[in-house]
Design a protein around this ligand. Sequence first.
Ligand code: FES
Ligand SMILES: [Fe+2]
Length: 446
Amino acid sequence: MDRLSGTTAGQARDRTWPRSLTQVPYWAFQDEAVYRAEQERLFHGPYWSYLCLEAELAKPGDFCATFIGEQPVLVTRDVDGEVYAFENRCAHRGALIAMADHGHARDFTCVYHAWTYNLQGDLTAVAFAEGIGGKGGMPPEFCMAKHGPRKLRLAVVHGLVFGSLSNEVPDIEEYLGEEILDRIDRVLGGRRPVVLGRFTQMLPNNWKLYVENVKDSYHASILHLFFTTFGINRLSQRGGIIVDSSGGHHVSYSAIDRSAAASTEYSEQRIRSDSEYRLADPSLLEGFSEVGDDITLQILSVFPGFVLQQIQNSVAVRQILPRSVERTKLNWTYLGFESDTEEQRLVRLKQANLVGPAGYVSMEDGGIGGFVQRGIAGASGEYATVQMGGESAASSESRVTEASVRGFWKAYRGAMGYDLADSPPDDTRPGRHRRARVSRAGREDA
Ligand code: FES
Ligand SMILES: [Fe+2]
């Protein structure tokens, strides 16, 4: 199996990637070999993946069953107070060690043949290891210390637990860089998060279409009608984009500005999101300054699949988990803070409806990836055009740009090891603007 997946991963890397960051080949969202190669190169490679919140492991014995890509992982807090993480896979014949997503345990006993692991993932007991009546059992040379799930490298950043299956991964501070760390600190620093709720969306599209969507400041106020209509996010508002030097991490932020809401840019574009709709209950939008500044929207992503969101007082983390070429699991966890007043808690719960299970944004972003996946069927030789704001993947004061989308692809194609190639100019590509008319007299090309 290993050999086979190694082969398909190799085939995926034999492909070349356009040199320009403005072109994204559609096969990247469609190809099984690419999907397999991602599991190996990204999710088992030298990158940090978000696992869970430290707040979900409040007491010794608490655990979360989570994932790095497809790989099931258990994160625990042991009696020494430390957080540990290891593969959620029994060293015997591979069953899940823990079934529940969250729970509390003294140790873990595999349901299949009762091999037992402590909270650090060490194998501590093998049922009937000595056999019965001197017959059967494990061979005497069997050593429990040599059998156990693989352990992960861990890093905790302002209560966010990240893990990696690779020993080559740089320290998390270096991985994230100062600007991204500062922006995580802005939302989570010095406060103790509490989990207000969770939900999961299954997306009918490749995981990278969702990552693009998160990084796409261009779409937010156009696709999401209510963002614009209620003045929460307009491209005319003060804000900007930060793309780190790897390209893989980004922050998009803006400040509420009622004068921007009154500007005419949107009506001049004649787009759907400039509508006559009004909220029947405007109290939905009444909140408080989240951290004492005037930034009302900050979306932050960490390569490959983590998002931290502050939309007004709706603070959440999102974990993007590939499930197949065309299926993605998106886990949302809504946060409040121990220091919140009762009124603030209520505002957070109410605003969860802006971007929540009954809200607008998750519904629309959940749908749009599927529209793209369906739209590109049959176009694996074609490219997406990502030219808004130029060709670079640099930080920008304008949000009318796709710079952070280009940043993702810059990090991605490097991580996947693709060779870069110049793609043919548009006018030499076949099949453009040609029409054939077939009549009784025969076929003519037009
Ligand atoms: S598979 Fe876990 S004990 Fe056998
Ligand atoms: Fe969106």
